[in-house]
Ligand binder design. Structure first.
Ligand code: SAH
Length: 289
């Protein structure tokens, strides 16, 4: 088997492969970001398997209760059609499109809005926050896949996401990565994301409640860092937690220029910053609530 065929058989990891029932259920590891709370580095907390299992069952039951039936949204065809529409605005890495085709976006959308789940639109997820447009998710992941380490590996390696929101993008990232740490500052959203990803059984996903402006030192360094919220600059902590060969992508509010996507590559000799197109994201805020 060649190196590239071996890679392509592993990445992207399709959801169907990941949800194959394990003998023992292991839910997404969830921890409080003690570093954010006490200002000191914290070792990762224990995974919460028992709580995860019951969350999975509850989430499964509650989605059965509240999701409108008969809309055909569980069909992979619906997701494939969304991807076909996205392809027009591409080109995107095939792995990115496959990842988007694998994750059921409608399961992350409130029932009242679920019919819009596969439109290229951002939607409210509660607490004044929004789930990003699929085309923006595709664009950011596509740019990340062009980082030095990601290009060589064919996947995003160890990933830090700032802004879990409802957990949708974290789930997509899991299809493209070895390990994903996703940090959310709003407890209500962190809990919601934990419940929504539980049925997907993504063992390589760690959801952290805390201030993502501090990054997440216990799992650093990261090959890929992605922010889903916009600050006035890229926090120092993200730069120091980026591995050599790694790539970071984040919206940054350049005041006069407005919000734009910024990419930072870390090389042996330092950092290289590149500005991309204008975007619109919710604000990056410090502290957790
Ligand atoms: N990727 C998400 C979209 C989240 S919207 C999804 O797929 O749903 C951006 C999120 O960033 C919001 O949930 C907001 O609360 C969070 N956020 C803003 N500042 C943050 C910070 N300092 N640390 C962690 N999360 C933050």
């Amino acid at each position: 088997m060649t190196e590239s065929s071996r890679r392509s058989s592993k990445f992207p990891l399709r959801l169907e492969h990941m949800v194959r029932a394990p003998k023992t259920w292991v839910g997404p590891a969830v921890e409080a970001n003690d570093a954010a709370k006490s200002g000191s580095s914290a070792a990762p907390g224990p995974s919460t398997q028992a709580r995860g299992r019951s969350a999975a069952l509850q989430a499964g039951n509650s989605s059965a209760r509240h999701r409108p039936a008969g809309l055909g949204l569980d069909s992979e065809d619906v997701r494939r059609r969304m991807v076909e529409r996205l392809r027009v605005g591409g080109p995107y890495h095939a792995h990115v499109l496959d990842a988007l085709a694998s994750v059921p976006r409608h399961r992350f959308i409130d029932a009242a809005l679920v019919t819009q789940a596969y439109e290229d639109t951002s939607l409210p997820i509660g607490h004044g926050q929004t789930i990003s447009k699929p085309s923006v998710v595709a664009r950011m992941l596509d740019v990340l896949m062009d980082g030095v380490t990601a290009r060589a590996a064919g996947h995003l390696g160890r990933v830090l996401e700032i802004g879990t929101g409802c957990g949708y993008q974290a789930a997509v990232l899991c299809c493209l990565s070895r390990h994903v740490v996703s940090v959310e500052r709003i407890k209500g959203l962190h809990d919601k994301a934990r419940d929504l990803v539980a049925p997907l059984r993504m063992n390589q996903l760690r959801l952290v409640y805390g201030d993502g402006m501090l990054g997440h030192p216990p799992n650093a360094p990261y090959d890929s860092i992605i922010a889903a919220a916009c600050g006035s600059s890229v926090p120092e902590s993200w730069l120091t937690q980026l591995a050599v060969g790694g790539r970071l992508i984040s919206p940054v509010d350049g005041a006069t220029k407005g919000q734009m996507l910024v990419v930072v590559d870390r090389h042996e000799g330092g950092y290289q910053r590149t500005e991309f197109e204008a975007v619109q994201f919710v604000p990056l805020k410090s502290g957790s609530i």
